[in-house]
Design a protein around this ligand. Structure first.
Ligand code: NAI
Ligand code: MG
Length: 331
């Protein structure tokens, strides 16, 4: 079977980590029956400089035509690229796992949780207004999106045999919006009596995630809280170089490392490609290629656990390509 994958390398370290990921996928192709047809499309700051648009029509079309899409990162044009992609393709579930891998300095090696972030509304609707020295951004929460994301979280927990979903909110202050979010979450929770349902206020959740991450399995939350908490949990397990993610809708999907274009290290060939490679593993799982997904993740884990080949962010001196080659060998 041939899988059509749209590759969106973007800016900064994007082409470096994407090249590394492609190497690993090509090794998988050689060693298994999976076949890929890669198409690369422009996105981000550079194509905006050249053509005036950061998200060319051919790129959007390419993502729609493909079976799945792998996006690396952009620089200043995130608002004009990944945000509209998520909203226009209705990629409502943003999955951000935080897993402590052996061999990676993690604050708490028992961390293994999934943040399920609502990806289409909240404060990211970008509805706002500036009136002189006052400014407003409107936080939009709907029952439909809240139910849909909580349902996704419960179904995810069930599919993985996990026993608990934690809804994170600030309903004590954001009474209208998070009041509605919780109302929707409770209704969905009552449809899933076999999974424990817990509610936690976001500030307390931030502390508990740091002190006792092992108490969490699946966290479901609104857009901005999920954005912030998932960087926090990335910090728990070795930093942004280790944080993959998925944007999933009923029809389309885009897989991407959580990190940005990392201008401070771009062009030096030292970025950690793990986040992008692990995003590709999430893509394979979503495509139903569970065995390939496990092979790719397992290869990353094995190289990290051995500890000989590590990029500088993890305390090593290997290059992006050294690491990718080591992973490709183990696939
Ligand atoms: P960043 O994620 O690019 O970098 C933060 C820090 O983490 C830097 O010190 C960087 O060197 C390090 N880092 C990130 N990824 C790494 C990797 N794979 N290996 C080793 N170290 C890594 O975030 P920052 O600096 O806030 O933003 C830089 C640019 O990226 C900005 O223009 C921002 O708008 C954009 N951005 C784009 C995103 C996207 O494309 N989805 C997401 C976040 C930021
Ligand atoms: Mg972010």
């Amino acid at each position: 079977m041939t899988i059509k994958v749209a590759l969106l390398p973007g800016d900064g370290i994007g082409p470096e980590v994407m090249g590394a990921t492609r190497l690993v996928l090509e090794a998988l192709e050689e060693k298994t029956g999976v076949g890929f047809q890669f198409e690369t499309y422009p996105i981000g700051d550079k194509v905006k400089e050249e053509t005036g648009t950061a998200l060319p029509a051919e790129t959007l079309e390419g993502v729609r035509k493909a079976d799945a899409c792998l996006f690396a990162c952009v620089g200043e044009t995130a608002k004009e690229t990944i945000l509209p992609l998520r909203q226009r393709l209705d990629l409502y579930a943003n999955l951000r796992p935080a897993k402590a891998y052996p061999g990676v300095p993690a604050l708490n090696p028992r961390t293994d949780l999934m943040i399920v972030r609502e990806n289409t509304e909240g404060i990211y609707k970008m509805i706002g207004h500036r009136a002189g020295d006052s400014a407003f951004n409107v936080r939009v929460i709907t029952r439909e999106a809240s139910e849909r994301i909580t349902r996704y979280a419960f179904q995810y927990a069930e599919s993985k045999g996990l026993g608990k979903v934690t809804a994170v909110h600030k309903a004590n202050v954001l009474d209208y919006t998070d009041g509605l979010f919780l109302e929707a979450a409770r209704a969905v929770a009552s449809e899933h009596p076999d999974v424990e349902y817990e509610e936690m206020i976001v500030d307390a959740a931030a502390m508990k995630l740091v002190m006792r991450p092992e108490d969490f399995q699946v966290v479901v939350t609104t857009n901005m809280f999920g954005d912030i908490l998932s960087d926090l949990t990335a910090g728990l397990v070795g930093g942004l170089g280790m944080a993959p993610s998925a944007n999933i809708g009923d029809r389309y999907s885009i897989f991407e490392p959580v990190h940005g274009s990392a201008p401070d290290i771009a062009g030096r060939g030292i970025a950690n490609p793990s986040a992008c490679i692990l995003s590709a593993a999430m893509m394979l799982e979503w495509l139903g290629e569970e065995e390939s997904a496990a092979r790719v993740e397992g290869a990353v884990v094995s190289v990290l656990a051995e500890g000989r080949v590590r990029t500088p962010d993890l305390g090593g001196s290997a290059s992006t390509l050294d690491f990718a080659r080591a992973v490709a060998e183990r696939v």
